[in-house]
Design a protein around this ligand. Structure first.
Ligand SMILES: Cc1cc2nc3c(=O)[nH]c(=O)nc-3n(C[C@H](O)[C@H](O)[C@H](O)COP(=O)(O)O)c2cc1C
Length: 214
């Protein structure tokens, strides 16, 4: 079976969260169309996502191991174990669905903390003195980034505001993810659009994206 890793980035319960509501709809439709998939869920607000520091990472993108690991405190060992576990989970998956709100023209900081945990040397990247290369081209991987935003940003200005989406597209394509798709749920906090209309429009986009992926 293939794995869809569904990553949510919101402390709100699903029924109150626009990004999680659209994310769930996407995952349900995707699974109906792709019965060879199972879903693993990762809620960044309830799961333990360690903060990287110089004690648990001595080199770029490398959690300590061997004797250095043995010398760590129990809490730091727990952090290193969790970083490795998160990276394993990420590598096992074939399709990633990230549902996040736009915060300050980017995304909530817990999502960046997670990314710093999983982009590990010799597993997701290969770091040499000359260059960094991506290792995620070992199989066909897809990423779908679902972003809800209070405002609506015209296409021409999209690049000036959708930094979160652009970061994921640029970074993960560079790392080797074959296909990247986005679903923008825009105007959630605007009086002339609002939550319900924004969700309805996004649900149409879901069908288009799933058709493109199959
Ligand atoms: C801390 C914070 C920062 C926000 N920054 C932006 C922003 O820069 N641009 C924008 O359009 N909306 C912004 N919003 C509005 C949210 O994007 C919007 O309410 C959210 O996408 C709704 O989705 P949710 O129900 O899943 O949280 C912000 C909201 C919060 C709480």
């Amino acid at each position: 079976m293939k794995i869809l890793l569904y990553i949510t980035v919101n402390s709100k319960p699903e029924k109150l969260s626009v990004s999680k509501t659209v994310g769930r709809q996407f995952v349900n439709r995707f699974i109906t169309k792709n019965p060879d998939y199972v879903v693993e869920e990762l809620d960044l607000y309830t799961e333990y996502i360690p903060e990287i520091n110089h004690v648990i990472f001595k080199k770029r993108a490398e959690p300590v191991s061997g004797a250095e690991y043995e010398a760590l405190s129990e809490d730091d060992k727990k952090a290193v174990d969790r970083v490795n576990e998160l990276c394993d989970q990420f590598l096992r998956a074939d399709t990633y669905v990230i549902a996040a709100p736009m915060w300050s023209v980017s995304y909530p900081s817990i999502l960046k903390r997670y990314i710093d945990c999983i982009i590990l040397n010799n597993r997701v990247i290969k770091v040499s003195p000359e260059e960094v290369t991506g290792l995620l081209d070992d199989k066909e991987r897809n990423m779908i980034y679902i972003q809800s935003s209070g405002g609506k940003y015209p296409k021409l200005l999209s690049g000036k505001f959708n930094h979160g989406v652009d970061y994921f597209e640029d970074t993960f394509k560079f790392l080797g993810v074959k296909r990247f798709e986005k679903i923008l749920v825009e105007g959630v906090d605007m009086p002339d659009i609002g939550r319900e209309k924004a969700i309805t429009k996004a649900c149409l986009d879901i069908e288009n994206v799933i058709a493109k992926l199959s």
